[in-house]
Design a protein around this ligand. Structure first.
Ligand SMILES: [Zn+2]
Length: 76
């Protein structure tokens, strides 16, 4: 899953999120992680993950320690 033919899909549920060209207008979690020297098994690999808002809710709800949440005070 993830990105196919300029479309972005949720890695978690497979739902279509938006087209790459419109990603600035949509809210979803996008993570790009370059695993480096300190990784045990993923050294030199890059992981790209897109997760839709509802899966992000479910995911963070399953955390042992909830994420830190702040109000946006400055819009860029
Ligand atoms: Zn999802």
């Amino acid at each position: 899953m993830g990105r196919m033919e300029n479309n972005i899909y949720c890695n978690c549920c497979g739902k279509f999120i938006c087209q790459e060209s419109e990603k600035g207008k949509h809210s979803y979690l996008s993570v790009r992680k370059e695993w480096g020297y300190f990784s045990k098994e993923k050294d030199g690999k890059i992981y790209c993950v897109d997760i839709c808002e509802s899966c992000c809710e479910k995911l963070t709800a399953s955390f042992a320690i909830p994420p830190e949440i702040y109000d946006v005070t400055e819009f860029v």
